[in-house]
Design a protein around this ligand. Sequence first.
Ligand SMILES: *[C@@H]1O[C@H](CO)[C@@H](O)[C@H](O)[C@H]1NC(C)=O
Ligand SMILES: *[C@@H]1O[C@H](CO)[C@@H](O)[C@H](O)[C@H]1NC(C)=O
Length: 291
Amino acid sequence: MLKVSLFVILAALLPLALAAPAQSEEMVLTPGGLRPKSSVIQIPEGGSINLTDTEVHLLDASKRVIHVSPRSDAKVRASPVTNATVPEQSGWISFAYWRRINFPIQNFFTTWVVPPTPATNHGQTIFLFNGLEPDTGDSILQPVLQWGPSVGGGGPFWQFATWYVAGATSFFTPLLDVSVGQSLQGIIQFTRKNADGTFNYVSEFAGSSGVALSNSPELTWAYETLEAYSVTTASDYPTGCTPFFGISISTVDGATAPVSWGITNDDFDGVHTYINVNGGSNGQVTTCYPL
Ligand SMILES: *[C@@H]1O[C@H](CO)[C@@H](O)[C@H](O)[C@H]1NC(C)=O
Ligand SMILES: *[C@@H]1O[C@H](CO)[C@@H](O)[C@H](O)[C@H]1NC(C)=O
């Protein structure tokens, strides 16, 4: 009798227990916008990500699968700013984009200098990165500089990490401190085409450990991006401009890519990206903050 009542009580509570976390789950900030905390996973040292047809696997340094999540075709680009009549929106504020033309991208290098500390702190987060996405837009591989909080930690100081943000799950390497004025080089490299037509990549900041991605769709779109969240006033941004320079994009045939950047801006906030030098060798685009 006791057994039966316990079972009945447990059976009655189970759906609640299952439903509750989903409804009340803490949302955390990633370079793909706000995500449920349980779907944002730190990559261990030497870790890698492997895609199967239906799943995303996180592997540790010894290639043991330590996390599995479903693949999703949800778009990862965090609401690009298209409504220039509303100030201080969140998402991709200003960015340069280019899709490869003839051959897949082999290497994508970009250097930028850690900007000045924003004059005011309203809990905002600033992300600066170069990144590659597949045509589906459902994932992005990106070495990211950030100021302000994200799920990886952070606060009113600059830190960097490599991220793989996918439709359902996001992965990041531990955040490392970096000083104002320091130079960073973000690197994304194709390493192999697999028999099934999928592609392998690695991404990191030069001199630090990043992440390897296996069995990905080809990453075709290149970006240089300023992304921001919870900016309330112009002084929540750094001052001056951030040149993304030394941009080098080569293709798998060994050629320099014929890069011609397109630009999206949130001019209403006074944030603007300029094209300085097109082309896949020593290219430059510059993102300027509000005056
Ligand atoms: C990645 O997943 C594919 C498909 O399941 C599998 O064939 C391959 O061995 C895996 N690679 C690694 C490094 O685990
Ligand atoms: C921009 O946002 C405003 C305020 O939310 C809205 O009224 C307007 O329709 C939006 N415009 C576009 C083009 O989305």
